[in-house]
Design a protein around this ligand. Structure first.
Ligand code: SF4
Ligand code: SF4
Ligand code: SF4
Length: 459
């Protein structure tokens, strides 16, 4: 299977199954398009008619090069994984990553909050106790098999509302990792309101990554991410984020600023560039996932304008490449060299199997997006997994179990999309969220084009 497209002056051919990428000229591009459909002589005469300036000798040579690439398994390569998938679904469950919801409470009132302003559809605010957090880390260690590096994301709601417990849990984790032969990689995600020097210093010492939430331009951010009383928050968080990001850059530590775009800012490339202009170098802005009836939710008719924004963004990134204004956009940072492993390429985030979310009372869910949907609770940190049926269902989620993914050119980068979005929009874990797919495919196309452009600029 191949995928052909033109973007920013490049004629691009992706050989889906091998991952090989070819940047070609127009005649070769068209020839590849016809190669499997017509006989050699038909293709050659079509191309000669369409490109009279090309000599027959050159056309024949290009045709033979395509055949060579096919023989070398760099074009029209058959799918190497399809028949092996059944074995992956039988693999043992090894938990590698955990989202610890240390606070089901939040000091903000974001309009699009999937977590019901941090409460996750519970009636009242809830903080995780140290005891529950300890049991969660113990659960992770005991379910992690031979895996050494274990990821723990302190999440909420807003985790700084329960930061003493975060600190205690990091100390506990550091003690346990030595005994257990593990290494914890801690992360935390914050809305920035309570961020202070002490938290920053602690995070710089202990956290492998920090995620700072911000939506971009001040007016966009303040519209969607106010305090409960409606007061704006952008002016409060930006100076802290700038300081935090600068500290982490100086220490060579990871961070990223992360936002959400909605129907209110369909020109979201401006928000990404606004964040870059504030000095942030690691940026992620994602499409909102919201009920169809929400006024800010994205609609099918928005797709062309949103795709154009990714084009605008990628062209600007090429301009800034190699300058002090250069930045990374998380969703263009796909691994074009084959990804970390076959499992990951086929089943993505690993929700419900390798990755789980734990609530303040110790309940375990397949991921943070399922928290509060009690039908998806798979157990608790004290008694372990009680719903193997749900775990098996998630384990079976991969690009081949989703009919729409099987023939999708993006499948090995996207890995079958987000189960939570699929479920929220279609009621079926094995379906896909169509708007998300269109945007994912566009981002992958831009990411491939960017690689080609950077290479040309002499990366
Ligand atoms: S900061 Fe996060 S948890 Fe709090 S309301 Fe906003 S999106 Fe929800
Ligand atoms: S883009 Fe959509 S159809 Fe394609 S692999 Fe991802 S989820 Fe599946
Ligand atoms: S199911 Fe979706 S929201 Fe949950 S971890 Fe995976 S990608 Fe993220």
């Amino acid at each position: 299977m191949i995928h052909q497209y033109k973007n920013n002056g490049y004629d691009i051919v992706l050989d889906v199954n091998s991952g090989a990428i070819h940047i070609v000229d127009d005649p070769t591009y068209d020839m590849i398009g016809e190669y499997e459909q017509k006989s050699k002589e038909e293709v050659i005469s079509d191309i000669a008619r369409k490109y009279p300036q090309e000599t027959e000798e050159d056309i024949r040579e290009a045709y033979d090069e395509i055949t060579q690439l096919k023989d070398q398994k760099a074009l029209f390569t058959p799918d190497p994984y399809q028949d092996r998938v059944i074995d992956y679904t039988r693999r043992p469950t090894v938990v590698k990553a955990m989202c610890l919801n240390v606070a089901h409470a939040c000091n903000l009132s974001c309009e699009y909050c999937f977590a019901d302003e941090g409460l996750y559809f519970g009636k009242k605010a809830e903080l995780m106790s140290f005891e529950t957090g300890k049991a969660a880390l113990d659960f992770l260690i005991s379910h992690s098999g031979q895996r050494r590096n274990l990821e723990v994301d302190f999440f909420g709601g807003e985790p700084t509302l329960n930061f003493d417990v975060v600190k205690q849990l990091v100390a506990y984790g550091r003690q346990r990792e030595k005994e257990a032969g593990k290494h914890f990689r801690f992360t935390f995600t914050t809305n920035g309101i309570l961020l202070n020097d002490e938290i920053m210093e602690f995070a710089n010492q202990e956290m492998d990554n920090v995620v700072m939430s911000i939506d971009g331009r001040k007016e966009i951010h303040d519209r969607m991410r106010p305090f409960h009383n409606g007061d704006p928050t952008w002016d409060i968080i930006v100076p802290k984020y700038q300081k935090f990001a600068a500290m982490r850059e100086a220490l060579g530590k990871q961070y990223y600023v992360r936002g959400t775009y909605t129907r209110y800012n369909l020109d979201f490339a401006k928000d990404i560039l606004a964040l870059a202009d504030l000095g942030f170098r690691q940026i992620s802005i994602e499409p909102v996932v919201a009920p169809r009836e929400a006024p800010y939710s994205l609609r099918t008719e928005d797709i062309p304008v949103l795709c154009e924004q990714y084009d605008i963004l990628s062209r600007e990134m090429i301009k800034r490449h190699g300058t002090p204004e250069e930045f990374n956009f998380f969703h263009f940072m796909i691994d074009l060299e084959g990804g970390p492993c076959v499992y990951k390429r086929l089943s993505g985030c690993g929700s419900g199997t390798e990755y789980v979310s734990v609530t303040p009372d110790g309940s375990i869910y397949p991921c943070h997006q399922f928290v509060g949907k009690t039908d998806f609770c798979i157990g608790d940190v004290y008694n372990g997994i009680s719903r193997d049926d749900i775990v098996t269902e998630f384990k079976g989620c991969n690009v081949y179990s989703r009919p729409k993914c099987r023939e999708c050119f993006a499948r090995f980068y996207c890995s079958g999309g987000c189960s939570a979005n699929a479920y929220n929009f279609t009621g079926n874990l094995r379906d896909v969220y169509e708007i998300g797919c269109a945007l994912e495919k566009k981002r992958i196309e831009c990411a491939i084009m960017l690689k080609a452009a950077y290479r040309e600029k002499g990366e």
